[in-house]
Design a protein around this ligand. Structure first.
Ligand code: BES
Ligand code: MN
Ligand code: MN
Length: 452
């Protein structure tokens, strides 16, 4: 495998660069053609890698690319999931090079989607190419690469339900997460869920002169700020009644085990150029982003933000608020609790309108399965180290869905680093991680196919 990767690595990188040139931004309807272009690129490359029954499956949104290479009904099947859509690249002025003109710098590929998730799902296509062309594919593989992950995978549940037979497999394999570091590989065993709300606060029926009315009429921006500030208490606990009711209490032994994963708070702070961290009292930084839920304002706007000073008391204020959820919180229930609470705390002088956006359920994946052990062996052989199980703070809603609809567990074998700047300017993916990932995936297939 290493020889094959070494021989073909330049082409592997060139192909990924070609994919990264397609601005497949799912959040932006102006890019519909690019979504199709990306799906077609994925289809062609799957065919070239030796997959069969490759098809572009239409959905009410962006298509899903499906492919399979079934070599024997007697062998186990791995269903690979990934997403070809990417986040919007803004703010553009903070990129050192244009987001859809990939460049290689310091052994890293810089482009939107480099790590999330084009660079990561593409490793699977190259792993298939490698094993297929050398007659070493040890198990059946299926691919399901979607184009709406970054906007909530709204059409995927229906697709999965309607294609249960086609998607029949023994395990799901996803590379869309991170490892602790290249010196300390890890396997993700937990993801948080998400509830995402948009709120609109309205004061008077029109913008007012802030001198004529200021002090006498509710200013929706002031009110919104107060309401948001009240959503957490001084200990960093979320104040929405019932919010913590279903939160799983992690036993102390497990927390101690988790705390053994290498983490340097000083390096973390230095990297972010912050003097200190904040968060829920009684929990470590790692715990705050993994086993504990969180609530954050993602955007807030209203009133005058142009040049100079316009004296105005705005009629409306808005915010987008995300809540990251942990087992056994339910995204719809949390959305409802938020809505009730936010309405209840609104003072009389304003009206509030609340719109829930996409959500997703939290997930934990087991470590006592044959598949997990196969993943460990693959890491041990490729990286020379036993991977540490870790929980991460991001969300991949399909993981809970696969379990619910197909009864399948997932292996989250991501190879990104937290420093890859996903969703941020200058996103990048290490070439080392890209090539090592291909090797690790190939080894996973090998060990997974062995029944004992
Ligand atoms: N790949 C990420 C999720 C992720 C990142 C998990 C890093 C673990 C570590 C995924 O593409 C993503 O960004 N998901 C969204 C959720 C979605 C519903 C928009 C997220 O977490 O914000
Ligand atoms: Mn992703
Ligand atoms: Mn993402």
């Amino acid at each position: 495998m290493q020889d094959y990767i070494e021989t073909h690595k330049h082409r592997f990188i060139e192909e990924l660069i070609e994919l990264l040139r397609i601005p497949s931004i799912s959040a932006d309807n102006g890019h519909k053609k690019d979504m199709i272009k990306a799906a077609q690129f994925v289809k062609t490359k799957l065919e070239e890698a030796g997959a069969e029954l490759v098809e572009i499956c239409e959905t009410p949104g962006n298509p899903v690319v499906y492919a399979e290479k079934v070599i024997s009904e007697k062998l186990p099947t791995v269903l690979i999931y990934g997403h070809y859509d990417v986040q919007p690249p803004d703010p553009l002025n903070l990129w050192d090079s244009p987001p859809f003109e990939p460049v290689i710098k310091d052994h890293k590929i810089y482009a939107r989607g480099a790590a999330d998730d084009k660079g990561q799902f593409y490793m699977h296509i190259k792993a298939l190419e490698m094993l297929n062309s050398t007659n070493q594919l040890p198990c059946n593989v299926k691919f399901m690469i979607e184009g709406e992950e970054e906007i909530g995978s709204n059409n995927l549940e229906k697709f999965v339900v309607e294609n249960k037979d086609k998607l029949k497999a023994d395990v799901i394999l996803i590379s869309d997460t991170s490892i602790i570091s290249n010196e300390c590989p890890s396997i993700t065993v937990g993801l948080r869920g998400l509830s995402y709300m948009e709120v609109e606060v309205t004061g008077a029926n029109r913008d007012l002169h802030s001198g004529v009315y200021g002090g006498a009429v509710a200013n929706p921006i002031n009110i919104l700020c107060e309401m948001i500030a009240s959503l957490k208490d001084k200990d960093g606990k979320i104040t929405i009644p019932g919010f913590y009711d279903r939160v799983a209490i992690i036993p102390m032994e497990e927390r101690i085990e988790m705390s053994k994963a290498p983490f340097e708070l000083e390096a973390y702070k230095n990297d972010l150029e912050i003097e200190d961290v904040i968060g829920e009292v009684g929990y470590s930084t790692n715990e705050r982003t993994s086993i504990r839920p969180s609530l954050d304002v993602n955007g807030i706007w209203g009133g005058y933000i142009g040049e100079g000073a316009k004296t105005v008391l705005p009629s409306k204020a808005y915010a987008k608020i995300s809540m990251r959820l942990v087992p056994y919180q339910d995204s719809a229930e949390i959305a409802e609790l938020f809505t009730q609470h936010f309405k209840a705390i609104a003072p009389k002088g304003v009206k509030v309108k609340i719109t829930p956006h996409h959500g997703g359920e939290p997930a934990v994946t087991p470590t006592d399965t044959h598949a997990y052990k196969a993943a460990c062996k693959a890491f041990e052989e490729a990286w020379g180290k036993t991977p540490i199980p870790t929980r991460e703070g991001g969300s991949i809603p399909i993981v809970a869905l696969f379990e619910k609809e197909l009864g399948l567990k997932t292996i989250l074998m991501g190879f990104g680093l937290n420093s890859d700047a996903i969703h941020s300017p200058n996103e990048h993916y290490g070439i080392f991680n890209y090539l090592k990932g291909i090797e690790t995936i190939g080894l996973f297939f090998k060990y997974f196919a062995k029944t004992n």
